[in-house]
Design a protein around this ligand. Structure first.
Ligand code: FES
Length: 631
């Protein structure tokens, strides 16, 4: 079997003859950019073969010079003999950035206030029992003794329990001297015993809330006693190494062992976040009673190891909309091995549990106001409605606003440029980075600012093309075409300038056009106008940080009074946290999935025209953006 050695990490891995270099890298745990999931279309998985030449189907995506130097596409290069591969520096840097866990605290106070208003009624509840010790006059079995107490406590006629818990009962009951705490799942007519612990542990009731995002995952530990989120972390979804968007993941999952690998990667991401949360809070893993997770339909399927193949083919059906309750071990989470995991249900293949979680969390079902809920993540998901009806759609915005598909784009980590101002006379830049660190890239909010500033300063025209004749060294022709230098290398934490290229701008324009066309199609499909929308809720991992005015300037958001906009942050995670405290929120989500209609944008006759019209800054129809045009 051939051995592949990856430099500079010097990792060696043995693979099956005929496997490709992308599979070899996955086995070696080496990050290779694979935005298209191995389809051979993105050209990002280029690696350098040292020594002997190998046959590779890399033409078309790599330049002749690159091929002459020995570069190949990892996904298009099968391996039949020992090889040494050099990973480009960009891939290494990205890998480092992607594995960094970020601790977030910004929204916790406001979220804790929201949780404080809830009556604690979690999906699983802990109760303490002091059982009567057996005697000759009361010699019923251990299980009957517990059942008796639970039936009385919960007023149910039936108690269910699994064999593996029954096996542990004799020791737990006697170790605890007949004082025990039961973690129970209370259904309508029965109670299921999920765990039995010796002594009184009701004060140790914690839950995990988790948002499984296509690009970024976030998690929180919630103390159910105090109704407080104790800590929150987020991390790049390690699946992102195998495709930037959901379609690329579906493509990768179809490969041999691809589904298993993607499930393993997301489980590892969640495990790392749990470890970090436990360290920060000193909570013990055994005291996390259950978890609530929310993700889009594809992420939910992959987290459960369920095939996503059919989601990509007409009529685009998922395997399930309501996921079964599973245990941590079922999905590869060793630290939560016997904790039940609840997933938010989906509405459709491209309108998932992340949206039902968000919509349930912001109480759209109870509001009379005509509300637009917009979640800008790797996909743009939009819901319109109120307490009478809900209509949702999904537009493939792509991950540009999460920093992917943009040369120097990164997510919101320390050193990310989050604010930019461009002096209109000199085109000099003033920027702010997260944490005040030296800049290492530009995150979503920075990209929106930057595009708006480039447009306002006249550096780019309405097509997003640079004016080539301006008197500034910042606009130049670079390795990847025309670009604008946001920060010179000497001001960065890198060895190169931080730039935005015309190709990056193209990606951002396509993303913003998809979102805006989705919004207008949805609104018009129910016979209302944008003006009729009373409240616009912006969700998504970077939602809190974007400036509405700048988002309007580039034509991402409708030109409506800023007072109508409200940021909800990561709605999916908020939904997970709220459902952990009150199972009523999960019930509301089930109602959302029943009552929401799904609009398939690709089948809407006007959508494509709207999309094309929105591929300009801010739009071809100036009347839609009066504030940008001085109206
Ligand atoms: Fe190889 Fe996209 S071209 S992963």
């Amino acid at each position: 079997m051939p051995i592949v050695t990856f430099l500079p990490a010097n990792k060696r891995v043995e693979i099956d003859s005929g496997e490709d270099l992308l599979q070899a890298a996955a086995k070696a745990n080496i990050h290779v950019n694979a935005s298209c999931g191995g389809e051979g279309t993105c050209g990002k998985c280029k690696v350098l073969v040292s020594g002997n030449r190998v046959d590779s189907d890399s033409a078309g995506r790599l330049s002749e010079t690159e091929i002459a130097k020995g570069y190949v596409l990892a996904c298009k290069t099968q391996v039949f003999k020992d090889l040494t591969i050099k990973i480009p520096v960009e891939s290494e840097l990205l890998a480092k950035r992607r594995t960094k866990i970020k601790t977030l605290t910004s929204s916790l106070d406001s979220w804790n206030e929201q949780l404080a208003a809830f009556k604690v009624d979690p999906p699983l509840t802990k109760r303490y029992f002091e059982l009567v010790e057996p005697s000759l006059s009361d010699a019923v079995s251990d299980l009957t003794r517990i059942n008796r107490a639970l039936k009385r406590e919960f007023r149910v006629s039936d108690v269910k329990i699994d064999l593996d818990i029954v096996k542990k009962l004799p020791d737990i009951l006697r170790d605890g001297k007949w004082r025990i705490t039961v973690l129970a799942l209370v259904e309508k007519d029965h109670v299921r015993i999920m765990r039995v612990e010796p002594g009184n542990t009701v004060k140790k009731q914690y839950a995990l809330g988790c948002d499984i995002g296509t690009t970024t995952c976030s998690a929180q530990i919630i103390d159910l006693e105090s109704k407080r989120i104790l800590a929150e972390v987020s991390e790049y979804n390690a699946q992102a190494n195998y495709g930037d968007d959901v379609i690329s993941r579906i493509v990768y999952a179809k490969k041999d062992k691809g589904l298993h690998l993607l499930q393993t990667k997301v489980a590892q991401t969640i495990e790392r976040m749990i470890k970090s949360l436990l360290e920060q809070t000193q909570v013990e893993a055994k005291d996390i009673g259950f978890a609530v997770m929310a993700g889009n339909t594809i992420m939910t399927h992959l987290a459960l190891g369920v095939s996503t193949e059919q989601i990509r083919e007409a009529p685009y059906t998922p395997v399930f909309r309501v996921a079964p309750m599973v245990s941590g071990l079922d999905i590869g989470l060793k630290s939560l091995k016997d904790a039940p995991i609840f997933f938010y249900p989906s509405v459709a293949s491209y309108l998932g549990g992340d949206i039902t979680a968000g919509v349930a969390a912001v109480d759209m079902l109870d509001s009379e106001k005509l509300t637009l809920y917009i979640d800008i993540g790797t996909n743009g998901e939009i819901v319109l409605g109120n307490n009478e009806w809900l209509l949702g759609c999904s537009c493939s915005a792509g991950p540009a606003f999460e920093g992917a598909g943009v040369k120097d784009g990164i997510r919101s980590i320390d050193g990310a440029i989050e604010r930019v101002v461009i002096e209109p006379d000199t085109f000099e830049t003033v920027f702010a980075t997260i944490g005040g660190h030296l800049p290492i890239g530009i995150c979503g909010s920075g990209l929106i600012d930057l595009l708006a500033e480039l447009f306002k300063s006249g550096a780019v025209d309405k097509r997003g093309k640079f004016h080539r004749d301006l008197d500034t060294a910042r606009i130049r022709e670079g390795e990847y075409g025309w670009e604008f230098v946001v920060s010179w290398a000497k001001m960065t934490g890198l060895e190169h300038d931080i730039v935005i290229t015309e190709v990056d701008i193209d990606n951002l324009m396509r993303a913003k056009a998809a979102v805006f066309a989705g919004i207008t199609t949805l609104v018009e499909s129910v016979g209302v106008t944008l003006d009729d929308v009373q409240e616009i809720l912006i969700a998504g991992s970077f939602g809190n940080y974007i400036k509405v005015a700048e988002a309007i300037t580039i034509g991402l958001l409708p030109d409506l009074p800023v007072e109508r906009y409200r940021f909800v942050g990561n709605g999916s995670l908020l939904g997970a946290a709220k459902a952990a405290v009150s199972k009523g929120v999960l019930d509301r989500a089930a109602e959302v999935t029943r009552s929401m209609n799904y609009l398939e944008l690709s089948a809407e006759p006007g959508f494509m025209d709207k999309y094309v019209s929105a591929l300009f800054l801010p739009h071809t129809d100036k009347r839609l953006f009066p504030s940008v045009h001085g109206g």
